[in-house]
Each structure stands twice: as C-alpha cells, then as structure tokens.
Design a protein around this ligand. Structure first.
Ligand code: APR
Length: 232
C-alpha cells in the first residue's frame, strides 16, 4: 500500500494559537533572526535567546493540538501503508495529538542540549543562561533547537523516506527555508505525487501537482477523509 511522507510547518499550529514566522506580525517581524535564532546571537546575548525560547516554550506548553494535528494522527493510525511525519515545528502538538512517530528536523522546545558535550535532557520550562549540564556540569545548556547555520536533524533518514514515498504533502509551510523547501523536488524525483496544503499558495506552490488552500483545521481533515475513503 502507498507510503505517505508529510512535512509540516508553523501554519499547522497557527490555529492552536502559536505564531508563525513570516505571516503578518509573525515571529520574524517581532525579533531579528540573527539575534534569537543563530549560534552567534546566542554567544552575543544568551539572556535574550533564552527569553525568546522560554516565552515560546511556555506558550507551546499551554497550546492544544487542533483538528489538523488530530487528522494526521488519524491518518497515521488508519492508513494501510506507512505514514511518516516530518515537522519543522519545535512545539509538541503532533505528539499531544497522539501521533506515534514525529521526526523533528529543527529540534524541540522540550529539549535542552549541552553546547560543550552534546548531552540532551528534558528542558525546564524556563532555561537560564549558564544552565548546568547534568552530564558534564558545564554551564552551557541551550535550547535543543536547530538555529540558522546549523544542520537540521535526521536528514539522512528524511531523504531515505523521500526517495521511497508514493505521496508527499507539505502542510502549513511557506517553502522559504532549505533543506525543507527542497523536499518536494526530492519526492518528485522519486516519482511521488505531491500536494501542498496551505492557507495561501506558498512560494514553491508551482512545484506541487495539487494545491489545497484554506485553514489547516478544515483542509487537512478533508484531505485525510478523502484518502481514507479511497483506501477503503
Ligand atoms: N492553515 C494553514 N496554513 C497556514 C495557516 C493556517 N491556519 N496560517 C498560516 N499558514 C501558512 C502561511 O500561509 C505560510 O505559508 O503557514 C506558512 C507559515 O510559514 P512560515 O511562517 O515561514 O513558517 P515555516 O514555513 O514553518 O518556517 C520554516 O523557518 O524560521 C525558520 O525554523 C523556522 O521552522 C521554521 C522554518
């Protein structure tokens, strides 16, 4: 039975109340990327970076999954083939919707990382500058989130999935940040059908065979229902 690979972005969590990055008034309109989402920014002013992620961590912990997250969990449960969910999001809303396996290519707000020994642990709700590493003791704790200029996680595994999938869907992402923005080309090269599900057509919309536009809480459940009806 068909394999499906799904990439999600900030748009899938927008209706759960979490800000996106590039929409009107989004996170990158409120903060400079170079100040809060780069290793250089962290080295320059760790307090500012911790404050940015602490606010997002507290907000994400209070957010609930929406009908789009729930629909993807349903697809993963009921689809007869393999469903792989890759997310650029660092919130835990896919997991909160009981999605079994989520590949977080940009890390998670729930994770802490030691900048000295690479040890990972569960982040406290608010992380401070000089957060001691439980393994090596260095005062070098940072959010386990992939910053600009750093290599996203699980790339080999993700490309293996893209090279072997029958269907690729991108949901709630503006298609402006690589390598995620290039996944659709990789899937096409492998012969997969491709669909973009987004509030508005993204920059990369022309690379997709199909486009479903509208809010994710209505487009994603409808898309999942149509897939499962065909599979019956
Ligand atoms: N339903 C569906 N799509 C939506 C909704 C919604 N309710 N609201 C917004 N969108 C769409 C927007 O139209 C936009 O195309 O979601 C997309 C969000 O785009 P971005 O804000 O650029 O977020 P994303 O694509 O996830 O960013 C990718 O960039 O800054 C880095 O690391 C950050 O993971 C992030 C990456």
């Amino acid at each position: 039975m068909e394999k499906i690979v799904i990439l999600t972005g900030a748009g899938i969590s927008a209706e759960s109340g979490l800000g996106t990055f590039r929409d009107e008034g989004g996170l990158w309109a409120q903060h400079r990327i170079e100040d809060v989402a780069t290793p250089e920014g962290f080295a320059r002013n760790p307090d500012l970076v911790h404050a940015f992620y602490n606010a997002r961590r507290v907000q994400a912990a209070a957010a609930r999954p929406n009908a789009a997250h729930e629909a993807l969990a349903r697809l993963q449960r009921d689809w007869p083939g393999e469903v792989v969910i890759v997310t650029q999001n660092v919130d835990g809303l896919h997991e909160a919707a009981d999605t079994a396996r989520v590949i977080h290519m940009h890390g998670t707000l729930a994770g802490a990382l030691c900048a000295v020994c690479d040890h990972r642990w569960q982040s406290p709700p608010e992380m401070q500058t000089g957060q001691p590493c439980p393994a090596c003791g260095a005062a070098a704790g940072r959010p386990d989130v992939v910053w600009f200029g750093e290599m996203p996680y699980f790339m080999d595994e993700i490309f293996d999935h893209l090279d072997n999938t029958d269907l690729f869907a991108a949901i709630g992402t503006s298609g402006q940040v690589y390598p995620a923005a290039g996944f659709v080309q990789e899937a096409r090269r492998a012969g997969a059908a491709t669909v973009e599900i987004n509030l508005d057509p993204s920059e990369g919309a022309s690379m997709f065979d199909q486009a479903l536009t509208g809010p994710a809480t209505s487009t994603v459940p409808a898309w999942v229902e149509s897939l499962l009806t065909k599979a019956r």
